[in-house]
Design a protein around this ligand. Sequence first.
Ligand code: GLN
Length: 483
Amino acid sequence: MLNDSLKQLSQRLENKEISSVELTKEFLSRINKLNSQLNAFITVDEERSLEQARVADQKITAGTATPLTGIPVAQKDIFCTEGWLTTCGSKMLSNFVSPYDAGVIERFKAVGAVNIGKTNMDEFAMGSSNETSFYGPVKNPWDSHAVPGGSSGGSACAVAARMAPVATGTDTGGSIRQPAALCGISGIKPTYGTVSRYGMIAFASSLDQGGPMAKSAEDLALMLNVMVGFDARDSTSLQCEAEDYARDLETPLSGLRIGLPKEYFAEGMNGDVERAVDKALEEYRKLGAETIEVSLPNSPLSIPVYYVLAPAEASSNLSRFDGVRYGYRAESYRNLEEMYRKTRAEGFGAEVKRRILIGTYVLSHGYYDAYYLQAQKVRRLIAQDFKQAFTQCDVIMGPTAPTVAFDIGEKSSDPVQMYLSDIYTSAASLAGLPGMSIPVGFGEKSRPVGLHIIGNYFSESLMLNVAHQYQQATDWHQKMPNL
Ligand code: GLN
């Protein structure tokens, strides 16, 4: 049952083969068994989860169940969750019990999904390895020496280790896709503006986007059906028609045009990753797709642009953590000014401080034009590259990350090396485009490799179709680590 799809689990619930309470207990016991070694969850609250399961069971009995009713969902600890500790991976929020639910959490509650726990993450979602978490690093379930990726590393680990059937993540420059790739699962960052950011603790608001992480594209589609929708409390939420993201899953791929950006297949990608990606592309050709070369000439600038804009927005967003309103406050101080200083010095970790320093610098009077404004202009050029590429192809493919999961500690002392983990994912974030990662094999040290699929705006159902057809023809997505 641990390897069941959402459809199969939902069927079992509907047939009364198992109740939601029993299913929830099953995953809670898996969490109990594995969490001390993997550290995927920051908070588990058995009583609250079982209470939600009991409500779900009533819904099922009453015949008002929908596909996610009674299903355990692991929630990234960036989503404010009423009555639950919500830390965002930071000491700054280590005592923060949220008084309200994020828009995403409300939507899961409304369909009767069960919150199975809050997952570990890089502090304020800043990182690519989960090593910046105040709660300690998460281990990659395929190899405990390796990182799970970040910042949604706890969610990726939870799904890969089958501690939860599905999870939520957020992606600012790659944080759903890169950990999905490194843990051998599927994940999608939808078009910017489709999933509510209300109550999703802000890192870089013009880039942050929530999305699902799961074993398969089919499960992602069912998750998106719950997560996507207009929210008036998020000023960048888009008002679009509700759609069924599973509607196109079965469409054959004959005639699909896959664009391969020549910049992504140049230097930078490791040989083992390249081999797995090439094999996946060959499978796509067998499925009837054609591959054509496209160009994203400004993509080499996406990391520098991202690391100007994301810290700039973060430095503004994180100014609210001052020890006055909520969260951590320094214990001793002589006056207000010192209270602010000590609270922020003690409450934030090193990476968060580095981003705040960079952000305030690039926004400062003397440097705004040289850095921030310039980065905004290049951001537009990056979006235009994609616009041009999508006149030639339907989806773009490449590797999700340049390497398989690296060792814990390997890059933590070299921020620039760490930033380069997102070399393939950050451009789609800057353009606001949807991007996903699916597992396509194993590389060095038998660690998973992910294939990156970028689609045009609002083309999630096509992307899920493209991923699902591959997953019908192969079984990488069903492989699970030996735990
Ligand atoms: N790794 C990138 C960063 O550190 C992206 C993080 C994210 O998408 N939240 O900013």
